[in-house]
Design a protein around this ligand. Structure first.
Ligand code: NAD
Ligand code: IPM
Ligand code: MN
Length: 348
């Protein structure tokens, strides 16, 4: 029987709640489809930081390299550890070290879930650049605390980085409704975003079967709300993709629905699967977090591992639960109830 080695990093807050819930569904899928999951849990988190002084051990990345996939809950507990420390000590280095440059974030309305928009057609795939751009980490502050203080945060866009994410987007568009929207702010940012627009135009010649729109991030935000049915695959830089995918989650009905896969496409390193949402300190440990985003991310993981049938069954099971009205509105069901409904649908 095939067995997959999973590194579990539940992390902080509801990360722990949703990974615990989602693993029940993953085991149930494994049993039904005849494969095994061998999870190992790593307690790397803000608590770990407070005990040890680091978010993960010095050999953390090397340890993770030996796994087939990484399944992460959420990182961050700003009350005790600054986000600039926790995220730059765990989540962001993993994405970068494993060259997980394609962050795939699907947004669609699940059966039975009413989003805030009147439009019932909402099915987009956001491809977010995940290793460079505005998240390069380059910059600094001088004259800290003084009236002449200056802070600089440098965005880095490379031809390799921009080409590969756009190419990834074009390939995804080919497999869907053959439309790609490339998002920039090239009317205000005259180097990086004009460069991104140039590369989009160059590549579009290689994909004549895909229609391309180039939009500015501000107009794009409005379009996602006003006319989401015109969108299919959306490709955006690291920061713009981050913002658009919380908007996408909101249109889906809430952050508890939005899944995400951090993919290393050439498979030279493990990929990482995690919900779009964070640790939600306001609802942590109360058994009320929606685990659907984490479960859906788990379905992306199964698909990536080559268990496409199991992945599809997990997605159907999520929708069987929501179609019955389970987990469709915040606070309506507990985390346990939603998990049990998905497991029951999967086993039916
Ligand atoms: P958040 O996503 O944690 O929460 C925003 C709002 O959405 C909260 O009201 C929360 O209760 C709600 N929410 C989120 N997930 C939910 C779910 N599954 N079910 C029901 N409601 C849900 O964003 P935030 O408050 O800005 O961030 C909290 C912490 O998480 C910060 O430290 C932040 O940096 C971190 N964060 C981590 C990740 C990650 O690890 N991938 C992602 C985003 C934020
Ligand atoms: C996400 C998160 C992270 C990001 C933060 C926590 C660094 O918001 O995965 O969407 O911006 O990538
Ligand atoms: Mn985000």
């Amino acid at each position: 029987m095939t067995s997959y080695k999973l590194a579990l990093i539940p992390g902080d807050g509801i990360g722990v709640d949703v990974i615990d819930a989602a693993m029940k569904v993953m085991h149930s899928a494994a049993a039904r489809f005849g494969f095994a999951l061998a999870p190992e849990t790593f307690p790397w988190s803000c608590d770990f930081y407070l005990r040890t002084g680091t978010m993960m051990p010095a050999d953390g990345i090397e340890t993770l390299r030996g796994f087939d996939a990484i399944y992460l809950g959420a990182v961050g507990w700003p009350e005790t550890v600054a986000d600039s420390v926790s995220l730059h000590g765990l989540l962001l280095p993993i994405r970068k070290a494993f060259d997980q440059y394609a962050n795939i974030r699907p947004h669609r309305l699940l059966a039975g879930v009413e989003g805030p928009l009147k439009a019932s057609e909402f099915d987009i795939l956001c491809i977010r650049e995940n290793t460079e751009g505005e998240y390069s980490g380059a910059g600094g502050r001088v004259h800290q605390g003084k009236p002449n203080e200056v802070a600089v945060e440098t965005s880095v866009f490379t031809r390799v980085g921009v080409e590969r994410i756009l190419r990834f987007g074009f390939e995804q568009a080919r497999a869907r409704r053959k439309h790609l929207t490339s998002v920039t702010k090239s009317n205000a940012q005259k180097y990086s975003m004009v460069f991104w627009d140039d590369v989009t135009r160059e590549l579009s010649a290689e994909y004549p079967d895909v229609t391309v729109s180039q939009m500015h991030i501000d107009a794009m935000a409005a379009k996602m709300v006003m006319a989401p049915q015109d969108l299919d695959v959306v490709v955006a830089s690291n920061l713009f993709g981050d913002i658009l995918t919380d908007l996408g989650a909101a249109i889906q009905g809430g952050l508890g629905f939005a899944a995400s896969a951090n993919i290393c496409p050439d498979r030279s390193s493990p990929s990482m699967f995690e919900p779009v949402h964070g640790s939600a300190p306001d609802i942590a440990g109360k058994n009320i977090a929606n685990p659907i985003a984490a479960i859906w991310s788990g379905a992306q993981m199964l698909d990536h591992l080559g268990e496409g049938e199991a992945a599809a069954a997990v997605l159907s099971a999520i929708e069987a639960a929501t179609a019955q009205g389970i987990g469709t509105r915040p606070g309506q069901n507990t985390t346990d109830e939603i998990t049990a409904a998905v497991c029951a649908a999967l086993e039916a």
